[in-house]
Design a protein around this ligand. Structure first.
Ligand SMILES: Nc1ncnc2c1ncn2[C@@H]1O[C@H](COP(=O)(O)OP(=O)(O)OP(=O)(O)O)[C@@H](O)[C@H]1O
Length: 541
């Protein structure tokens, strides 16, 4: 979110069209001046000529203003879309380990509530300020040409209002920050109750949840009420200020007319342009506190995106040649609880390993280290003698397949869920489908590979989901397949068949964490790893 300036380069379009509007307004003002002047001096010829130009400029102003509104809306859309897209890309820059520690709701909240506020209170207000400045300067120029003394009054107004704006933004800033945090938690709560829908209904928890929701909603609404209340005080002060400005300006103009410094036509033009002094000052006074109040939201968003731990990865990785070696590896998620201590293991290329051990013993943790989600606190994981920490994620991830019990499916076709949007021939896809035991599933549906998978696989069974994940891994031609309870939701017959096909893969290293040992395939493993009491040791099969 740093270097926000680059998002606003596109504002040149708004600026150009605004200059056009300002130019026409300028010409219109002087056409009015000439028309009134001609009428007071009873010069018909000059009157018709200037009246003609007055009409031309007045009509030209309509399409110019329309174009301005269009460009303004289009520019806002482009800036906000770019900011949102960059935000999501920055989220994907986060380390997996740090992302897992965070509450995901903060990202959801940033992409919804925070960006709505940024659009309304930041982007739109910056555009309003450009519009206001151009209008203000045009009006000042026009009035200065009529009478320079009014320029001094105009500048006085600006200074006064900027001070008021800056002072009034302070309380709003604090409340906006608190509201944004509150919205994050509120969104998390809503997500939670919707995902626990069936548990709430079957356990008769509706009234409790509704009450809890009402309390939280009340707090959120109350915060908005406080912000609105402060904003109304600010607007009231500003309105009083503007009325005063109008009176002062009209007093000065009337005085100068009596003194003979300004013509009557000048009074008309000043009156016509007073709005363009007061309006922009009002717009700027309203926009500045809103823009400043968004600063806290940007700070919060920037913090959510920051990786606490940054390690530069320098090594490329094309293929596994010999082994994956754990050298005195120790790991803890937090200081109190060490999960693995001084683990030494060697996974050889092409061999098949079954990882077993008691629940909570650290099997999945071992896999997470091998998947490069986390780094060992001590010791090293060496991939062909190169430290896994230094290997580029993009290279490494393209060579491993992760198959887990929890499988994520996109709301898209079966084909895209299998290929993960990469290019594979139909032959390759059908081969993976066959080996993963998905043939019947594909054939039974009239749309075949184009059948639609709904909302994370709501319309398919757990076993079918597992097979999709396995087919993905096979299709990816991964060199290292890491499985975590991948067969847990399969019937024994399918589990045995799929496990056997994975164990038959040549040159592919398979590390399978599983509670269940399928006796039929046990002897096809090269080694069994027991993870227990913070240790991981090889046992013979
Ligand atoms: N992200 C995490 N943060 C903190 N502690 C964690 C985290 N993930 C796992 N743990 C803890 O680490 C220990 C090992 O967990 P792990 O999931 O590796 O065990 P496991 O052997 O795979 O267990 P199971 O067979 O039940 O899946 C457990 O005590 C668990 O509570």
């Amino acid at each position: 979110m740093k270097k926000r300036f680059r998002y606003f380069i596109i504002l040149y379009r708004v600026f150009i069209i605004m200059l056009l509007v300002a130019f026409i307004s300028f010409k219109l003002s002087f056409a009015i001046f000439d028309t009134v002047n001609a009428s007071t001096s009873a010069n018909w010829e000059a009157f018709w000529e200037s009246a003609k130009w007055m009409m031309i400029y007045a009509f030209a102003l309509m399409p110019a203003n329309l174009m301005f509104s269009y460009i303004k809306a289009d520019t806002t859309k482009r800036i906000v879309t770019r900011m949102k897209t960059d935000y999501l890309s920055a989220v994907f820059e986060k380390n997996i380990s740090e992302f897992q520690k965070d509450n995901n709701q903060q990202y959801v909240s940033a992409m919804t509530n925070d960006f709505n506020l940024i659009e309304k209170d930041y982007v739109e207000q910056i555009i309003n300020i450009i519009e206001a400045i151009v209008n203000f300067l045009t009006a000042i120029l026009i009035i200065t040409l009529i009478s320079p003394i009014i320029l001094l009054i105009g500048l006085g107004i600006v200074v006064f209002n900027v001070i008021i704006s800056a002072l009034s933004s302070r309380p709003i800033k604090k409340h906006n920050k608190e509201r944004s945090e509150m919205m994050g938690e509120y969104g998390g709560f809503i997500k939670e109750i919707l995902s626990a829908f069936h548990i709430i209904k079957t356990n008769d928890l509706e009234s409790r949840i509704v009450e809890n929701y009402r309390d939280r909603s009340e707090k959120v609404q109350h915060k908005k009420y406080i912000i609105d209340k402060i904003m109304s005080y600010i607007y009231a002060i500003q309105n009083a200020n503007f009325s005063l400005i109008f009176l002062v300006l009209m007093f000065v103009v009337s005085y100068l007319t009596i003194q003979g410094v300004i013509l009557f036509a000048g009074v008309v033009v000043v009156a016509q342009n007073v709005d363009n002094i007061i309006g922009p000052v009002s717009q700027i006074s309203e926009a500045v506190p809103r823009i400043l109040s968004v600063k806290s939201i940007f700070t919060r968003i920037d913090q959510t995106l920051k990786n606490q731990y940054v390690h530069e990865e320098t090594l490329s990785f094309d293929q596994l040649n010999t082994s994956i070696q754990l050298n005195h590896v120790s790991f803890a998620y937090n200081e109190e609880n060490e999960i693995l201590k001084d683990v030494n293991l060697n996974f050889e290329k092409g061999k098949k390993y079954l990882v077993i051990g008691p629940s909570g013993g650290g099997k999945s943790t071992l896999l997470r280290l091998l998947r490069k989600y986390f780094e060992p606190n001590e010791g090293q994981i060496l991939i062909d003698d190169q430290n896994l920490n230094d290997i580029k994620k993009i290279d490494y991830f393209s060579k491993i397949a992760n198959i887990e019990q929890q499988i994520f499916l996109f709301e898209d076709t079966l084909r895209n869920n299998l290929t993960l949007y990469k290019d594979y021939s139909d032959e390759e896809i059908y081969d993976a489908i066959k080996r993963a035991g998905l043939e019947h599933f594909v054939k039974q549906h009239p749309d075949g590979l184009n059948r639609l998978i709904l909302d994370n696989g709501k319309n398919i069974s757990g076993g079918e989901k597992s097979r999709v994940a396995i087919a993905r891994g096979l299709l990816n031609h991964a060199e290292i397949i890491l499985l975590d309870e991948a067969f847990a939701s399969l019937d024994p017959k399918s589990a045995i068949a799929i496990e056997a096909s994975l164990l038959a893969l040549k040159n592919v290293t398979v590390i399978n964490v599983s509670h269940v040992i399928l006796e039929e395939n046990k002897s096809s493993y090269d080694d069994i790893v027991m993870v227990k009491n913070k240790k991981a040791v090889l046992m013979s099969t």
